[in-house]
Ligand binder design. Structure first.
Ligand code: SF4
Ligand code: SF4
Length: 385
């Protein structure tokens, strides 16, 4: 296939900075599964250079190496050249999409779902969530941006957050006609589609005169925190991730734990909350404030493992091998469960957890349970007696 990307001065500068030291081998989760340099950040950088220079042509092998990058940023944490690997991959994907050579058919299906139904999963809102939404005011300066995965697959996470916000006396609503934030479209190189989705949500925020957004999903958080001000600088909207909000109300004792958590937990840093948004302390503080006993994984914070959630469609086998490696670490820690703060990581871990892992939990639900706001954690049967 004929594909020769041309890059801006900035991207060329980044690409040329890679001096092939291969330090990224110690971090790249895809390399660690495949054990072949072509799947490493270093191999990807070389392939993109060779495509740019016209030394190699695009084929399926190259294409898969470009789309299996989880954009986890793990390599960037160790890279001595500070190469912006994810910017290079994203820009290469953007040019592939422009040339109609990417993304993959499965990705296009997700994009079509958004254009047709407003959500990536093409699902209807569950009735229990719709009922909770119907009870919210029509307008408020604070909204919870619900996101696709929590809204259509794990509504209990949102309903619990609604209850917590009510408990602390915070008035809020949601965008009843919210559509996908579009972050993953951007990750796939579908830049125009991403900007369209963002512009639609910006218009809704403008209409409701929103001043503050709270998100459950770290991808939504990054979109509104970093991309919205570029697109609509006149909208002065404060953006908070739910862990920042929860830490604040627990630290200030507006919300207090009432129920002891009789279990040992470990916290999984989501890539988009940790490496992208640098929110590492708040989730840990929350667990401490509710009195949970925690064990820090050997690889945590900047060096935490990617669970592979971003590539599960269409690379589910590869995703499984990434999740399995994460759970191997967890099993060594002898904990009762894993807590995360991202509905996508939650879904990924929940659907791949081995039998020996007794629970995968969302941090909002853990807080809801510890503060007596919800009575039951489905996944915890037997652990709390
Ligand atoms: S660590 Fe950075 S400079 Fe070294 S090979 Fe990897 S991407 Fe290139
Ligand atoms: S962003 Fe993650 S998956 Fe992509 S090359 Fe870097 S470490 Fe590997």
């Amino acid at each position: 296939m004929n594909f020769r990307p041309t890059f801006s001065k900035e991207i060329n500068y980044e690409l040329n900075k890679c001096f092939r030291c291969s330090f990224c081998r110690s971090q790249c989760p895809i390399y660690q599964s495949k054990l072949n340099e072509t799947w490493n950040a270093r191999g990807r950088m070389l392939m993109v250079q060779l495509l740019r220079n016209g030394t190699i042509t695009l084929d399926d092998n190259v294409l898969h190496r470009i789309y299996t990058c989880a954009l986890c940023k793990s390599c960037e944490e160790i890279c001595p050249g500070l190469v912006k690997v994810t910017d290079i991959i994203r820009e290469t994907r953007r040019q592939l999409a422009e040339a109609k050579l990417g993304p993959l058919p499965e990705h296009m299906q997700m994009s079509e779902n958004i254009s047709k139904t407003g959500n990536v999963l093409s699902k209807q809102r569950p009735p229990e969530l719709q009922e909770a939404i119907d009870n919210l005011p029509q307008r408020s300066h604070t909204i919870i941006f619900m996101g696709c995965v929590a809204q259509y697959v794990y509504p209990k996470q949102l309903i619990t957050l609604f209850k917590i916000m009510r408990e602390v006396g915070l008035e809020f609503t949601v965008l009843r006609d919210e559509t996908c934030c579009g972050n993953f479209l951007n990750e796939l190189g579908l830049r125009e589609e991403f900007l369209k989705a963002l512009a639609e949500n910006a218009e809704r925020l403008r209409r409701l005169r929103v001043e503050k957004i709270i998100t459950l999903c770290p991808m939504c958080y990054n979109t509104f925190k970093h991309d919205l001000p570029e697109l609509a600088p006149e909208l002065k909207v404060a953006v908070q991730h739910s862990t920042q909000f929860l830490e604040e109300v627990l630290r200030n004792q507006i919300l207090k734990p009432t129920r002891p958590l009789k279990m040992k937990l470990t916290y999984k840093d989501p890539c988009h909350l940790g490496r992208y948004a640098k929110i590492y302390d708040e989730p840990r503080n929350i667990l401490e404030l509710i009195g949970a006993e925690t064990v820090e994984p050997e690889r945590s914070r900047e060096f935490s493992r990617c669970c592979g959630g971003t590539i599960r469609i269409p690379y589910s086998d590869l995703r499984n091998s990434l999740s399995n490696r994460f759970f191997e670490d967890v099993l060594k820690m002898k904990v009762d469960g894993v807590v995360t703060a991202c509905p996508s990581c939650f879904h990924n871990l929940y659907s791949t957890a081995p039998y020996d892992i007794r629970g995968v939990f969302d941090i909002v639900e853990i807080v809801g349970y510890a503060t007596g706001i919800i009575d039951r954690l489905e996944e915890l049967t037997g652990l709390l007696e």
